[in-house]
Design a protein around this ligand. Structure first.
Ligand SMILES: NC(=O)c1ccc[n+]([C@@H]2O[C@H](COP(=O)([O-])OP(=O)(O)OC[C@H]3O[C@@H](n4cnc5c(N)ncnc54)[C@H](OP(=O)(O)O)[C@@H]3O)[C@@H](O)[C@H]2O)c1
Length: 322
């Protein structure tokens, strides 16, 4: 495993972080059981992963807590998030304390390393900053968590307005941002700010359905070509040019390597319920960057797209392109 520093938190973290949410939820979202989920977490630890991201909404705090029970506390970094309703501006700010306490109980921990607001839309950012953060910072004084974080709602915030602003405010030490081969604009909208202000970054959406579901990539590119957003000849084998000796071994390998080496990215989160995916994803994240010519071509072909490939499984739309 390779390790890096999570921005100004100073935490030493693995460059590969296990996401306990997403579509898999450690396999619990795809028919797996608690024993399998615990095995995924323990398998990740054996491979050197020391950062885990969960949330009240995922239903995996308790299983994560059980899986890390025997690991010395200072060797692991646990990130979790408040329930979504506190990111909508509608819930009583004081009530977030009970949610924080419940996360501590579910995880069976005395202290969370990074406590985050979950998916804060731009229109609710001021509420998060002015109403929620002060309540949470008082709890931090009591030792309930170490660092405050904020995640964006990528499909509803295509230009990263929340994080663009959050990076400049002093209260957030960590942020979670969406970035991928098909949604590259965090390169200009987020990473310059997080690097300047020292926020740690957790990366999400490197691989969503667009790369993991067979046929989804070709269908998306076909729609984009029909819409004049990409060249028509890309639709048949859109990313085939990335796979060659000296290049990527698969589209998913390319997707993880693409985000991993982006300046400003600290930890790449990936979610899985499958032991073989756990291993291959970590292998990809530890490989060198894609060849420079391939990286450049990805920018030329897709750098103008915004919001492509962020969709959830039940949606059929290709994504939103501007
Ligand atoms: N706003 C937020 O705060 C927010 C939003 C989204 C995500 N997140 C965080 O980010 C983490 C990562 O989420 P994500 O949205 O980036 O997506 P993800 O959950 O990592 O999605 C990856 C999908 O691809 C599959 N997959 C993984 N490795 C694969 C491989 N090698 N080959 C084929 N399929 C593979 C997974 O299913 P298998 O089980 O089949 O591997 C999963 O369905 C989440 O767990 C969560 O912690 C946060």
């Amino acid at each position: 495993m390779d390790y890096t520093t999570l921005g100004r938190t100073g935490l030493r973290v693995s460059v590969a972080g296990l996401g306990c949410g997403g579509f898999s939820r450690l396999g619990l979202g795809t028919g797996g059981d608690e024993t399998g989920a615990i095995a995924i977490v323990r398998g990740a630890i054996e491979l050197g992963v020391n950062l885990f991201d969960t949330a009240a909404a995922y239903g995996t705090e308790s299983v994560l807590g059980k899986a890390i029970k025997t690991v010395p506390r200072d060797q692991i970094v646990i990130c979790t998030k408040a329930p979504f309703r506190w990111s909508t501006g509608r819930a009583d700010p004081a009530g977030i304390v009970a949610s924080l306490d419940e996360s501590l109980r579910q995880l069976d921990l005395d202290c969370i390393d990074v406590y985050q607001l979950h998916g804060v839309a731009p229109e609710h950012y001021d509420h998060a900053l002015n109403e929620l953060a002060p309540v949470l910072l008082r709890e931090r004084e009591k030792g309930k968590f170490r660092f405050l974080g904020i995640s964006e709602t990528a499909p509803n915030d295509l230009d990263h307005d929340t994080l663009h602003q959050a990076a400049q405010d002093k209260v957030w030490d960590v942020c979670m941002v969406g970035f991928s081969m098909m949604h590259q604009n965090a390169r200009t909208r987020v990473f310059p700010q997080t690097r300047t202000h020292g926020l740690g970054t957790l990366l999400m959406f490197a691989v969503r359905n667009i790369f993991s579901q067979p046929g989804r990539l070709a269908a998306t590119l076909k729609e984009l070509a029909e819409d004049g957003q990409v060249a028509a000849d890309l639709a048949d084998d859109p990313l085939g040019f990335l796979i060659h000796p000296g290049g990527a071994s698969s589209v998913i390998d390319a997707a993880y390597r693409y985000v991993r080496h982006e300046p400003g990215v600290d930890v790449v989160l990936f979610g899985t319920g499958k032991p073989d995916h756990l291993k291959t994803n970590i292998d990809s994240l530890l490989k060198p960057p894609l060849p420079e010519a391939d990286h450049r071509r990805l920018g030329e072909l897709f750098g103008h797209l915004v919001g492509v490939g962020l969709d959830a499984p039940h949606l059929t739309r290709a994504g939103q392109v501007r």
